[in-house]
Ligand binder design. Structure first.
Ligand code: AMP
Length: 286
């Protein structure tokens, strides 16, 4: 075991900050958030959290200032460094899209030849233009990208969207998707593969992510209904089956996808299951 703490850079504000803190806390890390939120020492693990701007995190990891960073996959792509995604984190979902003013007749990317495209993702945009063989000018802007066509600064934009409502509000419509993004845990390529401090953290984070969207189901049923019940709730490694005091009955426990409950519950009742309990799962450690 190495004695220096594992340094993890976490967004200090913005969209990813609160879900990041929540994920770390749910994974069982105990830390105090100070008012200024610069850093926090994890009490029950050898980990130091450093709170920095989301857009600086890829750079911190690439420079080796921290071993791990939690940031958006879009920002990792834009950084372009030798970074490795250790774990996709399932929140902060968005896409980087090419969008044009709604009333512009362009139907395809090729119609934008010679145009100005405003973006805060100049590298990803330039790589995309090269890939599709489009000759256009990339105008780098630092925010409020979606208003640049109205200001006459650009003819099109490459911008992040989640619901698409900001684009629509600004009279833009997407015509291509450059990448889809979510929050990720990243490391410098080649730097943490042998680091024995990383595995346990990744396992705990993954256990929280694996539990999301799942529930634990318990029910009583006639012993003869087992095969039908089993087909409905195979669980992670097959359902747990236990005898009840009355030998004609069994208890069956299983993990199920929350999204499937509406379909499974009536079928289980049909099969003879009763006293069905559904409880939340905090972590699934594999
Ligand atoms: P921030 O600007 O600090 O709020 O964080 C921006 C990051 O949040 C982006 O780089 C994305 O990874 C992520 N994100 C998720 N949804 C959106 C969205 N609708 N617009 C912009 N960024 C988003």
């Amino acid at each position: 075991m190495t004695s220096t703490p594992l340094r993890l850079a976490v967004p200090n504000k913005g969209r990813l900050a609160e879900p990041a803190i929540e994920l770390l806390a749910n994974a069982g890390l105990e830390f105090e958030l100070s008012e200024r939120r610069l850093s926090a020492t994890v009490r029950n693990a050898d980990i130091e959290l450093l709170f920095v701007r989301t857009e600086d995190i890829a750079e911190y990891v690439a420079d080796g200032l921290v071993e791990l960073g939690l940031t958006g996959a879009d920002l990792v792509a834009e950084h372009g460094g030798q970074l490795r995604t250790v774990l996709p984190l399932g929140f902060g979902a968005c896409s980087l899209v090419l969008a044009v003013p709604r009333d512009r007749p362009s139907e395809s990317v090729a119609d934008l030849a010679g145009c100005r495209i405003a973006t805060s993702f100049p590298r990803v945009t330039a790589a995309y233009l090269e890939e599709v063989g489009l000759n256009a000018q990339v105008v780098e802007v630092r925010g409020a990208v979606e208003v640049t066509p109205q200001l006459g600064v650009a003819d099109a934009v490459v911008d992040l969207v989640a619901s698409g409502s900001t684009l629509r509000m600004n009279g833009l419509r997407p015509i291509a998707t450059l990448l889809v993004s979510e929050a990720v845990l990243v490391a410098r390529d080649g730097a943490t593969e042998a680091d024995d401090r990383v595995g346990p953290l990744v396992d705990m984070l993954r256990s929280v992510l694996d539990a999301r969207g799942r529930e634990y189901m318990m029910m009583n049923a006639p012993a003869g209904a087992l095969e039908r019940i089993r087909a409905l709730i195979p669980g992670l490694s097959g359902p747990t089956v236990m005898p009840l005091a009355d030998p004609a009955f069994i208890a069956v426990h299983s993990v199920v996808e929350r999204s499937q409950l509406w379909r499974i519950v009536p079928a289980l009742k049909d099969a003879g299951a009763r006293d069905i309990l559904i409880v939340p799962i905090e972590k699934v450690v594999r």
